[in-house]
Design a protein around this ligand. Structure first.
Ligand code: NG6
Ligand code: CA
Length: 516
């Protein structure tokens, strides 16, 4: 980008943020901004905790590529995924709405498409401004209409949600089908060896983990003990498709290559890439070249692998001369977990590493580490390096970017998203007033220094959390923590502040009913 254009862009951004008067000059400059829409790359890591990267405090693993983004962009310290699990967080990122509104839950690998095809989405919004849109990596938002034939076009899917291009791991690494889908078609499928998938009965002739634990590379819990593929038992059963099966060790190279191909193809026009990694979700099988990169076993090595992947994307943008005009957002879909079904030494080798950083809980939980994740916004030359403690949600990307590229958002669109462009670009530290945090149990609420967790009114005590070593933070009574003094949520002061308990309970009820 030339210097003059850069100056114009910078001025335009500042004007947008400061609500400059609509003089002709400003309009012209805003037009320049509109006409030179930045590319947007969202790098979405799976299950990466606040404390898992070195710029956020990790010392047992080094993440130089992510740190480069953090030290030259805005490093957010109070940014959140909408939920403590994957499917609702992804739903929210793409729709700007909470997952609880449609009762979004972790999906099976043969679940129907969760996002209604007439719903406005982030990629559809960007397409209105002429963006080419692509998704590469983990999807986990369902596919088809409830009765998928994996051997023909698998639709509706990403195309109906607004993506021009898709290369997918359909659900999760630990769920069948263990194949790639490119633009709705299974890659390398032999028509004489069709694929079937079932989560109800055991289909096909492949051995399962239940019957043949001796064939496994990692011991697994019962839920992860169905069809064995690549030496790992998965959730769900699957027959056929031998030629199309993925090899987990190749994820890093394959997804990186597909993401780079999309960037190259679209280098001449504005593009949005949703680059959604498998790492560092289970099963953790990084490429052998990363083996031993840390002393923490596969989980640590997977962190190094995903840092490498991130570096490849940055280098490619630089090689193509696109870096200055590309916004990279790096973040995670939920907090960290160690043993999530497989014995991969993640617990035994954790040492002094703290995946949740200073926070309590992790994936699934209502405590902070469930949703408070690393989030970095990087836009060289436009953004000044800084750290921001603004309370911000990944849902806010929707309306903030709509503002940046001047697309109108309808009244019923992205209803939980807030326009916080100035916070996202580092011009202000003012974030949200309230943020509802979704867990697998009751809702929690952030408001200023306060963290409130609603009582668990159900009879579900989530017994499966304990063996995973996870603190859900679910209690029959209300919990209130003052994060300004008690960042680790140890000291429940709800009984001392009944007025705040009542107020926050009402705020949650209101958000659920009518929004923010
Ligand atoms: C759970 C799986 C877990 C993981 C998770 C989804 C158990 C017993 N099993 O059902 O291994 O796959 O779903 O993770 O908890 S997520 O990051 O995609 O939400
Ligand atoms: Ca996840």
């Amino acid at each position: 980008m030339n210097k003059k254009l850069l100056l114009t862009l910078t001025t335009s951004v500042i004007c947008l943020l400061n609500a400059c008067s609509q003089s002709d000059d400003v309009l012209t400059e805003q037009k320049s901004l509109k006409d030179n829409k930045p590319n947007i790359v969202v790098i979405y890591i799976d299950d990466l905790g606040y404390g898992d990267v070195s710029s956020y405090g990790a010392t047992a693993v080094s993440t130089p590529n992510i740190d480069r983004l953090a030290y030259n962009g805005i490093k957010f310290t109070d940014a959140h995924s909408s939920a403590a699990t994957c499917t609702p967080s992804r739903y929210s990122l793409l729709t700007g709405e909470h997952g609880f509104r449609i009762k979004a839950d972790v999906l099976k690998g043969d679940a129907p498409l969760l996002i209604s095809t007439n719903k406005p989405t982030l990629p559809k919004m960007l397409k209105k401004a002429g963006y080419a849109t692509g998704v590469v990596g983990k999807w986990h938002l369902g596919l088809g209409d409830g009765n998928i034939d994996w051997n023909s076009d698998v639709t509706p899917g990403p195309s109906e949600v607004g993506f021009d291009y898709s290369f997918l791991l359909p659900a999760t690494g630990d769920r069948v089908p263990t194949i790639y889908l490119e633009n709705n078609r299974i890659v390398n499928l032999d028509v004489n060896d069709p694929i079937s998938v079932s989560y109800k009965e055991n289909i096909g002739k492949r051995p399962t983990g239940v019957e043949h634990p001796e064939l496994l590379r990692y011991a697994a819990d019962r839920q992860h003990s169905d069809t064995i593929i690549n030496g790992v038992s998965r959730i769900g059963t699957m027959s056929g498709g031998e030629q199309a099966l993925w090899k987990d060790e190749d994820f890093a190279d394959i997804f990186t290559n597909k993401a780079i191909a999309f960037i190259r193809k679209n280098k001449a026009n504005p593009f949005f890439l949703f680059h959604s990694y498998h790492d560092i979700h289970v099963p953790r099988l990084p490429h052998p070249r990363f083996k031993g990169a840390t002393k923490m076993g596969p989980r640590g090595d997977a962190i190094v692998q995903m840092d490498w992947m991130t570096g490849q994307i940055i280098s490619e943008l630089e090689r193509l001369g696109l870096a200055d005009n590309t916004i990279i957002i790096f973040t995670s879909d939920n907090g960290p977990v160690l043993n999530d079904g497989y014995e991969d030494q993640s617990v035994a080798l954790i040492g002094s590493h703290k995946p949740s950083g200073p926070f309590r809980g992790g994936k699934y939980s209502a405590f902070e580490a469930g949703t408070r994740v690393p989030m970095i916004v990087y836009w060289p030359n436009i953004i000044k390096p800084s750290q921001s403690n603004a309370l911000i949600s990944q849902m806010d990307i929707y309306k903030s970017f709509a503002k940046l590229i001047d697309v109108d958002v309808g009244i019923d669109e992205a209803i939980d998203s807030q326009q916080l462009l100035s916070a996202l670009l580092g011009y202000s530290q003012r974030g949200r007033k309230h943020l509802l945090e979704e867990s697998v149990g009751p809702h929690a609420l952030r408001s200023g220094q306060w963290k409130y967790i609603s009582p668990n009114k159900s009879n579900n005590n989530f017994p499966w959390l304990k063996p995973k070593g996870i603190e859900g933070g679910f209690a029959k009574y209300p919990q209130l923590y003052d994060l300004s003094k008690d960042i680790n949520e140890q000291n429940n002061i709800a009984t001392e502040h009944p007025e705040l308990v009542e107020k926050f309970e009402m705020v949650i009820t209101n958000i659920v009913k009518v929004g923010y």
